[in-house]
Write a protein that binds this ligand. Structure first.
Ligand code: GDP
Ligand code: GDP
Length: 436
């Protein structure tokens, strides 16, 4: 289920990033980062009163230093309009109303999109004259806040949540949802075309056609697959297109909806920093993944090339050692036929439930073999484990001192579970809870 998007717009220095950090900071749950996985800080998931949304700081996105100020702010606003469900238009009560503010307000007003006019840098709420002039923008009551001190931010979040579109009903059906992600030109559209067995999607170097999310259905025998947002993927922009930054958000959204993520790499280029980041999206969200090394036809190789390549990938993408790797060529079709079966297998592993009895005999054995190291002379005991969730498989371990189960021991338990049950392709979550 894709989360609604809330975009922050405004002139430089009005306090957008301060507000962004505030809204995703102390008072709001942040999605946990995985060590070693970098993540674009311009997009962050936030939650308020049980509603989740993705917050976008357009200030960072649209920065193009050579543009005149007004053009920069205008571009942010246009991008926000293209993607956001709710827009926070931030103005600065210290500098007061400016001509740029008025121009952007005009654009936002005409869009008819829900806009909250945020009057920032108000530290004294007893003085209504601070926000008065902003009524002129025609965007309703300005909401006074102090981003830096967190004043009135709860009210702002209340308003945001009230304006979010109704939560969509969970997508049903048996089709496996697949996100195809990767840098531009690694061959994503070529792979999708191969999977479709027809040239329905255009593989070309031309700038893009449409920006709407379009899913593609594939059926093979009894099996159904949905390739998520293939239109966004086939969009090309070798020319510097500021909205291309949104492809990050786009990939994140596709991954969010997916059961399995195909992480596509270019076999001639190895693993780049950008590849790591993209591969990290799925991992962070607990999604199953398959690593596809494409353009294998271009890689000069002998009988050891593949093994060496695999070893390199395992090193570079060490946080997702569970993901199977396929070496393919979308151009020649080599091994493309393995993709759908691999998706089936990995999708099944991500949904797998293990019986509590079997789980506990494996855990007991693992603990007997190597007990958790004592901390400050106190024994750490694991009593019982249970699987509480699938996609990803999530286990709770009840123990006497959950905070003392060291990370390396958690790793050990995860490896034991994988040895016993497989779970190829899917991350696992291990949680430790207190129990007497
Ligand atoms: P952005 O360019 O719109 O992202 O603005 P920043 O978040 O970088 O903030 C610009 C400046 O305004 C920084 O020096 C902030 O510390 C300051 N600032 C942000 N929010 C407030 C506020 O609520 N009150 C005051 N007094 N200063 C603020
Ligand atoms: P996307 O931007 O990730 O969707 O990449 P495309 O599918 O548009 O492919 C980018 C370029 O790489 C195109 O010129 C493709 O013809 C080429 N390409 C894609 N897959 C392969 C492959 O397996 N081998 C070779 N040699 N070229 C490929």
């Amino acid at each position: 289920m894709p989360k609604p998007v809330v975009a922050i717009v405004g002139r430089p220095n009005v306090g957008k990033s301060t507000l962004f950090n505030r809204l995703t900071g102390a008072r709001v749950a942040i999605v946990e980062d995985t060590p070693g996985v970098t993540r674009d800080r311009l997009y962050r998931d936030a939650e308020w009163r049980g509603r989740q949304f993705t917050l976008v700081d357009t200030g960072g996105i649209a920065a193009r230093p050579d543009d005149p100020l007004v053009a920069q702010v205008r571009r942010q606003a246009e991008q926000a309009l293209a993607e956001a469900d709710v827009i926070l238009f931030v103005v600065d009560t210290r500098t007061g109303l400016t001509a740029d503010d008025e121009e952007v307000a005009e654009l936002l007003r005409r869009s008819g999109r829900p806009v909250i006019l945020v009057a920032n840098k108000v530290e004294d709420f007893s003085d209504p004259s601070l926000t008065h002039e902003f009524y002129r923008l025609g965007l309703g009551d300005p909401l006074p806040v102090s981003a830096i001190h967190g004043l009135n931010v709860g009210d702002l979040l209340d308003r945001v949540v009230d304006l979010l579109p109704a939560a969509p009903v969970e997508e049903e059906g048996t089709a496996l949802k697949v996100a195809v992600v990767g840098r531009p030109n690694v061959g994503k559209s070529s792979i999708v075309n191969r999977l479709l067995g027809e040239e329905r999607l255009i593989v070309s170097d031309l700038p893009g056609t449409t920006r709407d999310a379009i899913d593609t259905y594939i059926r093979q025998g009894e099996r159904e697959y949905i390739l998520i947002d293939t239109a966004g993927m086939r969009r090309k922009s070798r020319i510097a297109d500021p909205t291309e930054h949104y492809s990050v958000l786009r990939a994140l959204k596709a991954v969010e909806r997916a059961d399995v993520v195909l992480v596509v790499l270019d076999g001639t280029e190895g693993v780049t920093e950008q590849d790591k980041k993209i591969a990290g999206y799925g991992h962070e969200q607990g999604k199953a993944s398959i690593i596809i090394v494409n353009k294998w036809d271009l890689v000069p190789r002998d009988d050891k090339t593949m093994a060496r390549y695999e070893e390199m990938i395992r090193q570079e993408l060490s946080f997702m050692s569970y993901a199977p790797i396929l070496f393919i060529s979308a151009l020649t079709g080599q091994r493309v036929a393995r993709i759908l079966p691999a998706l089936d297998a990995v999708g099944a592993e991500a949904s797998r439930r293990v019986a509590t009895g079997t789980l506990n005999s494996i855990v007991r054995e693992a603990v007997m073999l190597t007990p958790p190291p004592a901390v400050k002379g106190q024994a750490v005991k694991i009593f019982y484990a249970t699987q509480v969730k699938v996609k990803p498989p999530t286990f709770i371990f009840f123990c006497n001192r959950p905070e003392d189960v060291h990370f390396s021991y958690q790793r050990y338990l995860e490896n034991q579970l994988r040895q016993a049950f497989g779970f190829e392709g899917t991350p696992l979550r291990l949680l430790f809870r207190h129990s007497k």
